[in-house]
Design a protein around this ligand. Structure first.
Ligand code: URA
Length: 298
């Protein structure tokens, strides 16, 4: 949850002495009151502070053209039950010329010849606005070179704090799903399309996704898995571009086309965060995990 403070909020980067004014725009809090207020906000669920300049988030998020899929704000990385509508054409920029961030990302990604270099150029990259609000880059977990690579949408709050993908509740479910077919984080590689947490866990915008796309594509190239598992509608649409919502395409195999080299077999699956909200769908996810295990046997 993000707390949007009122007009006076922007004046206070640190606690200021208590003033006698009754005007709430000039409310001053002493250190004790400020600490108590902060504790109250944390108990109320506030887990993100952004910046001191007001933003009209409603106006920003109402640009439906800019959105990836139908994931509702606040349920990022959790596909909705509604069919997804994003088309590959929109996801590849809708024919628009690439933005500066994407151009810079492409050049940096191309030049990275190993994953450590890629991680370090991404950590220094300023072409995606999400970096400014995230705590840190969430690059990857698991073992590069594993036969299977999982890709999600973007980190959430736990991942942002810890710096590794899929460590929150959805990640714990993913661990159980892996365990059920004899896999674990030492036998797979895990990353996200967008490596910085979107504020308040909102869905990354098309522009943010496009700026990060060259990085995840290069990461896939360098990790070189035999099988790519795309978790959730966002990853499926962004990386595979298969038409149809995740409800329809989950369980299907397609080819992930690399810039160079042979394609990689790719499986579309429900996102574990979605399965937490829709446990009845775990039955289908189990079928997909078994299909994955069978494919790894061949
Ligand atoms: N959801 C994702 O898509 N990725 C994570 O790392 C965590 C939650």
């Amino acid at each position: 949850m993000i707390l949007c403070l009122g007009a006076g909020a922007k004046h206070r980067g640190r606690a200021e002495p208590l003033s006698s004014t009754n005007d709430s725009r000039h409310l001053r809090l002493g250190p004790t009151d400020a600490t108590e207020a902060l504790r109250w906000w944390v108990r109320a669920g506030v887990d993100a502070t952004l910046d001191e300049t007001p933003h009209d988030r409603f106006a920003e998020s109402s640009g439906a053209e800019q959105r990836l899929g139908p994931n509702a704000p606040g349920s990022a990385r959790e596909p909705s039950t509604a069919p997804e509508t994003a088309s590959p054409a929109r996801l590849s920029g809708g024919g628009k010329p690439p933005e500066a961030g994407e151009i810079a990302a492409r050049a940096l990604a191309e030049a990275a010849t190993d994953l450590e270099t890629l991680r370090s150029v991404m950590a220094d990259f300023d072409g995606c606005a999400l970096k400014r609000t995230a705590t840190q880059l969430v690059f990857a977990d698991g073992v590069p070179g594993s036969r299977v690579m999982f890709v999600g949408e973007a980190p959430g709050g736990d991942e942002d704090r810890i710096g590794r993908p899929f460590v929150g509740r959805a990640g714990q479910l993913l661990d159980r799903m892996l365990g059920a077919v004899g896999l674990d984080r030492r036998s797979v590689y895990i990353a996200n399309v967008v490596p910085w947490r979107p504020p308040g866990n909102r869905t990354p915008t098309l522009q943010e996704t496009q700026a990060c796309l060259p990085f995840i594509r290069r990461q896939i190239d360098l990790a070189d898995p035999e099988i790519l598992v795309c978790l959730g509608g966002s990853a499926v649409q962004t990386l595979l571009g298969v038409p149809g919502g995740i409800t329809r395409v989950r369980g299907s195999w397609s080819d992930y086309k690399r810039d160079r080299g042979p394609p990689i077999r790719a499986l579309a699956m429900f996102h574990p965060a979605y399965l937490l909200r829709q446990p009845a769908q775990k039955r289908l996810a189990w079928a997909d995990m078994r299909a994955l295990a069978a494919a790894l046997k061949t």
